[in-house]
Design a protein around this ligand. Structure first.
Ligand code: HEM
Length: 427
C-alpha cells in the first residue's frame, strides 16, 4: 500500500497562484507528472488530494454524509450566500436543507418550468436582427437569471425584475477573476431586504397560494416542524443566484460556440430542431437525442467547476490504495476524468456522438458531481440548456465573430469562456 499521495513540490503561494490564474493548465501538468492521484496545496483551501480515476470517484461519491465536511472547501462562498447556505453545510444540517430544497427540483417537477424557459428565451432574442453582434456571456447570464427569477417569484415579476436590474449594473460586466462576485457580494443587503418585503407583501395580501419557490421555502418545515428562519431562507435564494445562474450561462455559451464552430454538429442539431416543424414542444425537445448529446459533450469538455466540492474526511478512509487520515480533503476531478482517453478517445475533440454510442457510469461522467452533494439542479440544468438552444436555433442562423476557441478564464471559483466571446446573427 502506498504511503501518501505525491505532493506537487511547488511552494504553497506558487500553487495557490497557479490554481487561481491557470487552474486547468495546473491540473493538466499535475496529471501528466503524477497520474491518477496528487496533492495540491491550494492556499486558503489547504492541501487537497485530487483523484482522477473513476474507481476513486466512486469511493468519494459513496461516502456517507457524516464521513466528510464541505464547509472548509466551499467557505469562499460565505460572503455571497451567507452562513446558512446549503453549499456550506455538513452532516445533518445539510440533510435538513436538502430535504426542504430538493422537491421543487425533482425530475418530474422541473418540467413545469418549461413554458417559462421557452417564453423567456423568446423574449431574450426578440430584438435579434441580421447583423446584430451578441455578447454571448452577457446574453446567457441575463437569460439564466431571468429564468431563475421566474422560478423563485412566480406570478409577481417585480422583485425579480429589480434583481435583474441590479445584476446588470453590478455583476454582469465584462470582467473576469473575482470581480463579478465582489459586485454580487455588494448587492446582498438589498436582495435580502427585497425578499423580506416580498414575503411581507404576500402575508399581508394572503397571496401565499402561489406555487413558486419563494412560497415553497417560506411554507416548508423540517421534520421537527420548524420552518426556515428568514435568514436561512434568504441564504438559500442567494445560493441559487450563483449556483443556478453562472453554470447554466457558461455551459450555454460553450454549447453555442461548438454548434457554430463545427458544421457537422450544426447540421445535425439543426436537422433535429427543424424536424419539430416549428412547434416548440418541451417534451419533444427534451427527447431529441443529438441535442441532448451536444449538451452532454459540452459539460464533459467544459466542466464549470474544475473539481466538485472538496470533501474533508472526518474518519480515516482508504481510497485507491491510499490510507487517508481524518482531516484529509479529497476531490473528484471532473475536468481530468472527463479527458481520460480510454474513456473518451480523442478527448480534446468535441464529439457529441460518443454519448450516443456508449453509456458512461456516474463515476466516469459527473458534470453535476455525485453522492449526497450532487447538484440540486441536475435535472433542471439539462432541460434548461436544451430548451434554450432549441428556441434560439429554431429562429436564427448564427456565426462566430472569431473562429478560435475562446480562452478559458477564471470566474470566481468557476472557469468560463472569456468575456469577449461574440456571435453574429446571420438571419
Ligand atoms: C449546467 C449547469 C450546472 C452545472 C454544470 C452544475 C454543477 C454543479 C456541481 C459540479 C456541483 C458540486 C457537486 C458535488 O460536490 O458533488 C453543484 C452543486 C450545486 N448546484 Fe449545480 N450545476 C448546474 C446548475 C445548477 C442549477 C440550475 C441549480 C439550481 C437548482 C444548481 C444548484 C446547485 C446547488 C444548490 C449545489 C450545492 C449542492 C449541495 O452542496 O448539496 N446547479 N453543481
Amino acid at each position: 500500500m502506498a504511503s501518501s499521495p505525491p505532493l506537487v513540490p511547488l511552494s504553497a503561494p506558487q500553487q495557490a497562484k497557479n490554481w487561481i490564474t491557470k487552474p486547468l493548465e495546473f491540473l493538466d501538468r499535475s496529471f501528466r507528472e503524477y497520474g491518477d492521484v496528487f496533492t495540491l496545496n491550494l492556499g486558503a483551501l489547504g492541501e487537497t488530494v485530487f483523484f482522477c480515476h473513476p474507481d476513486a470517484v466512486a469511493a468519494i461519491f459513496k461516502l456517507h454524509g457524516d464521513l466528510f465536511e464541505c464547509h472548509q472547501f466551499n467557505v469562499s462562498y460565505r460572503d455571497l450566500m451567507g452562513d446558512n447556505a446549503l453549499f456550506l453545510q455538513n452532516g445533518e444540517a445539510h440533510r435538513r436543507l436538502r430535504r426542504i430544497m430538493t422537491p421543487p427540483f425533482h425530475r418530474e417537477r422541473v418540467q413545469k418550468y418549461s413554458d417559462s424557459i421557452l417564453r423567456l428565451t423568446q423574449e431574450a432574442i426578440g430584438d435579434w436582427r441580421r447583423g446584430k453582434v451578441i455578447n454571448v456571456r452577457r446574453f446567457c447570464h441575463e437569460l439564466a437569471l431571468a429564468i431563475l427569477m421566474e422560478i423563485v417569484f412566480g406570478d409577481n415579476p417585480a422583485p425579480g425584475k429589480q434583481i435583474q436590474d441590479w445584476f446588470r449594473a453590478e455583476v454582469f460586466k465584462e470582467t473576469e477573476g473575482w470581480k463579478p462576485w465582489f459586485g454580487y457580494g455588494k448587492l446582498q443587503p438589498q436582495i435580502r431586504d427585497l425578499i423580506t418585503q416580498e414575503i411581507r407583501r404576500r402575508l399581508d395580501s394572503g397571496d401565499l397560494g402561489q406555487t413558486d419557490l419563494l412560497n415553497w421555502l417560506h411554507l416548508s418545515t423540517d421534520e421537527k416542524g420548524q420552518p426556515l428562519t428568514p435568514t436561512e431562507l434568504q441564504d438559500q435564494l442567494l445560493t441559487l443566484m450563483i449556483t443556478a445562474v453562472d453554470p447554466i450561462a457558461m455551459s450555454l455559451a460553450w454549447a453555442l460556440f461548438w454548434i457554430q464552430k463545427l458544421p457537422e454538429v450544426q447540421r445535425r442539431v439543426q436537422t433535429e430542431i427543424d424536424g419539430l416543424g416549428g412547434a416548440l414542444n418541451p417534451e419533444k425537445i427534451n427527447a431529441l437525442p443529438y441535442l441532448g448529446a451536444v449538451c452532454q459533450e459540452t459539460l464533459r469538455l467544459h466542466p464549470i467547476l474544475p473539481t466538485v466540492s472538496g470533501r474533508r474526511l472526518t474518519e480515516e478512509r482508504e481510497i485507491l490504495g491510499y490510507t487517508l487520515p481524518a482531516g484529509t480533503t479529497v476531490a473528484a476531478c471532473a475536468y481530468l476524468v472527463h479527458r481520460r482517453p480510454e474513456l473518451y478517445p480523442d478527448p480534446l475533440a468535441f464529439k457529441p456522438e460518443r454519448f450516443l454510442e456508449r453509456d458512461y457510469s456516474p463515476y466516469e461522467y459527473f458534470p453535476f458531481g455525485g453522492g449526497n452533494r450532487q447538484c440540486l439542479g441536475a435535472a433542471l440544468a439539462p432541460l434548461e440548456l436544451k430548451l434554450i438552444l432549441a428556441t434560439v436555433l429554431s429562429q436564427h442562423r448564427l456565426s462566430l465573430v472569431e473562429p478560435t476557441l475562446p480562452e478559458t478564464v477564471r470566474y470566481g471559483t468557476l472557469v468560463a469562456p472569456a468575456a469577449n466571446f461574440r456571435l453574429l446573427v446571420l438571419q
